[in-house]
Design a protein. Structure first.
Lengths: 293, 447, 319
């Protein structure tokens, strides 16, 4: 593990969470790597398509167009129309928004809770024992099995998707925060500051958090990509968003249902999901690579 | 595998002989004498007698087994089985739909009945005998060489349970299956286009799709709101887009051949957005309503989304709520729907009185809409307690029930549709019953 | 070693016990009463009561839980409510399909990873490395539902050369050629992420091996690179790779749920989906517990293997 080995360089390439907020004079290191730049571009394209969906989409996401039942792609309907006469291209653009919302709410939320639990558990042995057992139990369920169980109890919907992602991410971040904190704490410089009498909170803020942050940030990117996967998989299995709301997963499901009519129905969501997932993964790989050098 | 006493042909409600050769209704309408065939043996080799009829009906009436027509079976209170080949049924009251029951009711073997619940023994008198069952996978039947009717031409039947539509279609294409149930209309059309399949529509065992309303919901209490919904419904579009034209719009539940069918009533609530809007404005202040549907089939989801758009046209906002099928049925049984729901029902293909005493959403005593109405209850019972289900007196009673249904609109019918099955061109003489069961007795295959 | 096992095994059992409680509790929260579903639309109260009694649903929840747990421990999960038949039989049938699928996927993963890693090391070309790295990232990133749907579209719809789903009609063993056609798409789809992880690991280990002095010696002796890689470096890199492979088994079983749904593969994944939508409590509970059991056992085995390989873990604190 490369975690925080070189504490003195932590200021150099400190990863930024956001993409648009880059300082104009200097790009973060990960963006200068070709993979990172490509990944960031992919995410940016999808985000822009989602944000400007109301301007770009020729129809509303739930608008039923008279006499347009399952039309193949044409200049009027780029990706064709679905079973209830809606423009698939428009639904795709609006579906991106749902995914972005789910991903950008659920992952930070799960990461925050998990990290806090992880931090607390390094301080109190009792909390540690409980947290680790609970994490064991949650991690013992494959994520889709977890999703099936939660949805069966709570009913499908955006909130359920968010709940599943949060639930799945808490132990991941909890474990990671705990391990990396323990690793950093064992570093000689931390021990020496403890010897000279530094307080716990000061230590945590000044040294421990910044240095254990890097693996968390890398994981954050991976989790984003997993979150897109979870939304897609849940909606694909019919456990996701409620109609008429579109999401990338539900569009894939609708598309595959009519794939024998025209394979074009399913192409749109597949491309967007690929861009998003690949984008998050490339960025997180780039962050971890630039930090390691 | 099983036979019934009579067969009600698919395109009428008049019974024809099966295990019973002829019958006579008592003068008071309170008894029915049936003469039985004397050449029938169960698969176990035992002779079929009037005792078996009594046993089968009594079993059917036992609420523990909870089946359709249970109320009708329970109204048969006494049996005379002194002659092994004649049975006399005594009724609690006149029963206009007794032949529906006798059509549905399988004659079972009392000696092996206990094995039935455990899925071990299925002994009837039918053209095929039960061979084996592998849960979730396969059922096999063999020819009953001692069948009392025409000897079956098939040596046996294998029923494969295929979990998804795609592999079902591809197994049909590759010739692994001769016919399949549960193929979507679109896939049937595609298969027929290949030239290797013909399309058999189960006309006569129709299903009706409808929008249900909980009349105790404050917003739906006002019949004008229900009328507005009936005007808003784009039935033609549902038939065209969801059922690919396999069906027709209805306002009352009856299919065209039913004695209760009335063309004028069926035109009454043709789509009229302006009338719907006017009614909604007249009532004013309708809150957002929930529309529940089952996730059991994409059909429900498509209809729900069309209905949502239709109601938006007249100014009623609707939230879609997907229920898993078991939850949906649970809510249907217990009348627990919040406002609106989408589902389908059957039973309108039988004697019309059957509907109001058997189909849950229509039950006059207690129904999913929580619709309680003395007049409807009276009319429903009157129609049930007519002696002859096709007499002019009965038809008049059905008309009253229909009027109640259309006046109160606690269920807003959308359309009739029927199941279609793709059948390989090598399969001949396939038939089916009103119960949507295939009849393979006379079926034969090309070599 | 014994003391290490004594520490790890009780904790694994504890996880199983907690999981069993969680499963049982969550299943009770699911709306929809199995008795009303079984009884059908025209059920009378008597019928409902008799069905509830048959199923034991009229007992207190704690009694139901203990009865169930006792049954599971005796390896007698009971009967399925809805699908019918013995749960053991249903699970065995599903398990066979899932195991065939997963085993084929594992085989694919090993072959693909081996080819990629050895090819990359042998060729030692920059462009090939870039292509393989790109393919690797794609294979890791693409969700199974994307690759699965893509496979269906390309190989079953556009070029109809392979079946879009289902299992071979006459079993896996009577006509292996046909069976392979049915297996290839789902297994490949399931294998890709694991193949990528495996390839990455194997390439790295091979490169490490090739940097070792014995290789330099061998090269100095004039032995050809291919021979060094195949006879020296590969055997040395294998043991660690096998451990990684073991870890992938868990991932494959988890991924099987989605792959089975896409390709209508009647394994445990489809069974659990069906069981949940039918409110088949005993079946759902048994399957969930089975999935947790598989996970816990895989974890335990991996830990033990690691402990055997690395004495520090065995002696150090448990975590």
């Amino acid at each position: 593990m490369s975690t925080g080995i070189d504490a003195s360089s932590s200021a150099a390439g400190r990863p930024t969470g956001g993409l648009a907020a880059d300082p104009p004079r200097r790009w973060p290191a990960f963006l200068r790597a070709p993979g990172g730049a490509a990944g960031a571009t992919m995410i940016l394209i999808v985000v822009l398509l989602g944000v400007f969906a109301p301007l770009l989409a020729p129809y509303g996401p739930a608008e039923q167009i008279p006499n347009a039942n399952l039309l193949p792609p044409s200049s009027a309907h780029w990706l064709g129309t679905d079973e209830v006469n809606r423009d698939i291209f428009s639904r795709l653009l609006f579906g991106i928004r749902v995914d972005l919302m789910v991903v950008f709410i659920a992952v930070p939320f799960g990461a925050l809770i998990g990290t806090v639990i992880g931090l607390v558990s390094t301080m109190y042995a009792f909390a540690d024992v409980i947290a680790q057992r609970v994490f064991d139990v949650i991690l013992a369920f494959p994520v889709l099995i977890l999703a099936i169980g939660v949805t069966a109890a709570a009913g499908p919907g955006v909130t359920t998707i968010i709940a599943v992602i949060v639930l799945a991410e808490i132990p991941v971040f909890g474990r990671l925060a705990r391990t990396s904190l323990l690793t950093v704490r064992a570093m000689p410089y931390v021990e020496s500051s403890q010897v000279i009498g530094a307080g716990n909170t000061w230590l945590l803020r000044k040294h421990l958090l910044p240095n254990s942050l890097e693996p968390l940030v890398v994981q954050f990117g991976v989790s984003m990509s997993i979150a897109v996967f979870i939304e897609g998989a849940m909606s694909f299995l019919g456990l996701g968003v409620r109609p008429p709301q579109p999401s990338l997963g539900s569009l894939t499901r609708d598309g595959i249902r009519n794939v024998w009519e025209s394979p074009a129905f399913v192409v749109g969501p597949l491309i967007i999901v690929t861009l998003l997932v690949l984008g998050f993964l490339l960025v997180s790989q780039a962050i971890s690579a630039t930090r390691r050098v | 595998m099983y036979d019934s006493l009579v067969d009600v042909p698919i395109d009428s409600v008049e019974p024809t002989p099966s295990l019973a050769t002829d019958w006579k209704l008592g003068d008071d309408g309170l008894s029915l004498t049936l003469n039985l065939r004397d050449d029938v043996k169960f698969h176990s080799g035992r002779d079929f007698t009037s005792e078996d009829v009594a046993f089968s009906i009594k079993t059917w009436a036992d609420p523990k087994w909870t089946v359709q027509f249970q109320r009708t079976a329970a109204a048969i209170t006494d049996f005379d089985t002194t002659d092994p080949h004649t049975v006399v049924l005594k009724f609690d009251h006149k029963l206009s739909n007794v032949f529906d029951l006798l059509d549905v009711l399988p004659i079972i073997d009392s000696e092996t009945f206990d094995g039935l619940g455990e899925g071990k023994a299925y002994v009837g008198t039918g053209p095929f005998t039960f061979e084996s069952w592998t849960p979730q996978s396969e059922l096999t039947f063999a020819k009953n060489a001692d069948y009392w009717g025409n000897e079956p031409k098939l040596d046996g039947i294998e029923v494969h349970i295929v979990p998804d539509a795609q592999s079902l279609t591809s197994q049909l294409r590759t010739g692994q299956l001769d016919l399949a149930i549960g193929v979507s209309n679109r896939d049937v059309d595609t298969l027929v286009k290949t030239g290797d399949f013909t399309d058999t529509a189960y006309e006569g065992s129709e299903r009706q799709y409808y929008v249900g309303t909980n009349v105790t919901n404050p917003a739906l209490k006002d019949v004008r709101v229900r009328q507005a919904i009936a005007y808003a419904l784009d039935r033609e579009r549902i038939v065209a887009d969801v059922f690919q034209g396999n069906g027709y719009p209805i306002v009352a539940p009856w299919p065209k051949y039913s004695p209760a069918y009335d063309e004028d009533i069926n035109q009454k609530y043709s789509r009229d957005v302006d009338k719907g809007k006017a009614l909604v404005e007249e009532v004013g202040n309708i809150p957002t309503l929930s529309l529940e549907y089952s996730t059991g089939s994409p059909t429900y989801e498509a209809i729900a989304q069309i209905v949502q758009a239709n109601l938006a046209d007249i100014g009623i906002k609707v939230d879609l709520v997907p229920n898993e099928h078991p939850t949906h049925i649970d809510r249907l049984i217990n009348g627990k729907y919040t406002a609106l729901w989408i589902l389908d029902h059957a039973y309108a293909q039988w004697t019309p009185s059957t509907l109001a005493v058997t189909a849950y959403p229509f039950n006059a005593d207690k129904n999913s809409s929580n619709f309680v109405d003395a007049k409807y209850k009276k009319d429903a019972n009157a129609a049930w307690e007519v002696a002859d289900g096709t007499s002019p007196e009965a038809v008049e009673a059905y008309r009253k029930v229909t009027e109640d249904l259309v006046e109160n609109l606690f269920l807003i019918e959308s359309n009739v549709t029927w199941i279609r099955i793709p059948v390989s061109t090598g399969v001949h003489d396939l038939a089916w019953t009103k119960r949507s069961e295939l009849v393979l007795t006379d079926t034969w295959l090309d070599d | 070693m014994t003391s290490y096992l004594l520490r790890r095994v009780p904790s694994a059992i504890l996880v199983l016990l907690f999981a069993s409680m969680a499963i049982f509790a969550v299943i009770r929260l699911v709306p929809g009463d199995p008795a009303t579903i079984l009884a059908g639309q025209d059920a009378s109260p008597e019928a409902l009561a008799s069905i509830r009694a048959d199923l034991g649903l009229d007992q207190p929840v704690l009694t139901q839980y203990l009865t169930w747990l006792a049954g599971m421990i005796r390896l007698d999960p009971g009967k399925s409510y809805m699908i019918g038949g013995d749960i053991g039989g249903l699970v065995r049938a599903g398990l066979l399909n899932t195991v065939v699928l997963t085993a084929t996927a594992l085989l694919f993963a090993v072959v693909l990873a081996g080819l990629a890693a050895i090819g990359s090391v042998l060729a030692n070309r920059r462009w090939l490395d870039s292509v393989l790295a790109g393919a690797n990232t794609l294979a890791v990133a693409l969700p199974t539902f994307v690759t699965g749907v893509l496979f269906v579209v390309v190989f079953a719809v556009i070029l109809p050369i392979l079946p879009a789903g289902g299992t071979p009609p006459d079993g896996f063993f009577s006509r292996p050629g046909i069976a392979f056609q049915y297996l290839v798409l789902p297994a490949l789809c399931l294998a890709l992420p694991s193949a990528a992880a495996l390839a990455r690991f194997l390439t790295a280990s091979l490169q490490t091996e090739l940097g070792k002095p014995y290789v330099t010696t061998a090269q100095a002796l004039g032995i050809r690179r291919r021979r060094i890689v195949l006879t020296q470096a590969l055997p040395n890199a294998l043991p660690a790779t096998v451990t990684v492979l073991g870890l992938q088994v868990g991932a494959l079983l988890g991924g099987a749920v989605l792959v089975e749904a896409i390709f209508a593969w009647p394994g445990l994944g489809l069974l659990i989906e069906r069981a949940i939508s039918d409110r088949d409590y005993p079946l759902v509970q048994a399957l969930l517990l089975l999935s947790v059991l598989v996970f816990v056992v895989t974890q335990l085995l991996t830990d033990i293997v690691n402990a055997v390989l690395d004495p520090r873990i065995r002696l150090g604190g448990a975590s």
